[in-house]
Design a protein around this ligand. Structure first.
Ligand code: NAP
Length: 248
């Protein structure tokens, strides 16, 4: 089921949280997984877990807001494994503040990492995937792109941008057999959400129809489906994996 044998997949932000769960899950299902974080040292735990599961990883470091990180990373994967079948653009940050206090720097940082960083990786995988006439690209969006969230105008703008970028890319690249989709998590228990004030965490949790925060594994299952042959006729879509949070 969902056999990813021989798939070569690059996951950004794979040192912790959702990206780590995705990378380990893909490897457990047979993929070779290139994992990226800001520092190689941060990836030790992920690579050890992949090795323990009998998988193969390729650790990569860099700041995704720099175009050179994407170009160098994709080149490293193609050099090592002869091609690239999948991208999971997961790395992201928050710089929350209410609008009146949000600085231009906070706005730019979040756009540069979450939106522009994903664009750099989308662009970098396009050429090798077009040559192969196959590929699966998944952006990690967010439920708040659709419903908004106080203190996150920068983050919501970046994530909503990903949704539009995925739809456009899906139309452009579909003729070459490349799919582009967004998996949009709801409230997932990671370092990112543990930084939120307790009251904000409680307010989000209360809206979850399934009555519990999600885990990285909840997101990994949806990503794996889109990276597998079973998801190959789905493109330009936003898949909400939010336990019903967005239902109100
Ligand atoms: P997290 O625990 O804070 O992990 C973030 C990951 O991104 C880390 O691996 C980090 O690497 C990497 N990263 C951050 N900035 C980077 C940069 N400039 N260059 C390269 N790598 C960078 O976050 P998370 O909760 O797992 O979130 C993962 C994704 O899901 C994000 O895009 C987030 O917006 C999205 N999301 C999360 C939730 C949630 O509830 N947690 C909900 C919706 C969407 P280092 O370890 O090297 O810093």
């Amino acid at each position: 089921m969902h056999d990813l044998k021989n798939k070569r997949i690059l996951v950004t932000g794979a040192s912790r949280g959702i990206g780590q769960a995705i990378a380990i899950d893909l490897a457990k299902h047979g993929a070779k997984v290139a994992v990226l974080a800001t520092r190689l040292a941060n990836l030790e735990q992920t690579c050890a877990a992949i090795a323990a599961a009998g998988g193969e990883s390729l650790p990569l470091e860099g700041d995704i807001s720099q175009a050179s990180t994407a170009q160098d990373s994709v080149k490293a994967v193609v050099d090592a494994w002869g091609g690239i079948d999948g991208l999971v653009a997961n790395a992201g940050i928050t710089k929350d503040n209410l609008l009146l206090r949000m600085t231009e720097e906070q706005f730019d940082q979040v756009i540069d990492v979450n939106l522009k960083g994903t664009f750099h990786f989308l662009k970098a995988v396009t050429k090798p995937m077009m040559k192969q006439r196959a590929g699966s690209i998944v952006f990690i969006g967010s439920v708040v792109a659709a419903i908004g969230n106080p203190g996150q105008a920068n983050y919501c703008a970046a994530k909503a941008g990903l949704h539009g970028m995925a739809r456009s890319a899906a139309i452009e690249l579909g003729g070459r057999g490349i799919t582009v989709n967004v998996v949009s998590p709801g409230f997932i228990a990671t370092d990112m959400t543990s930084e939120l004030p307790e009251a904000a965490q409680d307010a989000m949790k209360q809206k979850i129809a399934l009555g519990r925060p999600g885990s990285g594994q909840d997101i990994a299952g949806a990503v794996r489906f889109l990276q597998s042959p079973d998801g190959s006729y789905i493109t330009g879509q936003v898949m909400l994996v939010d336990g019903g949070l967005s239902l109100g």
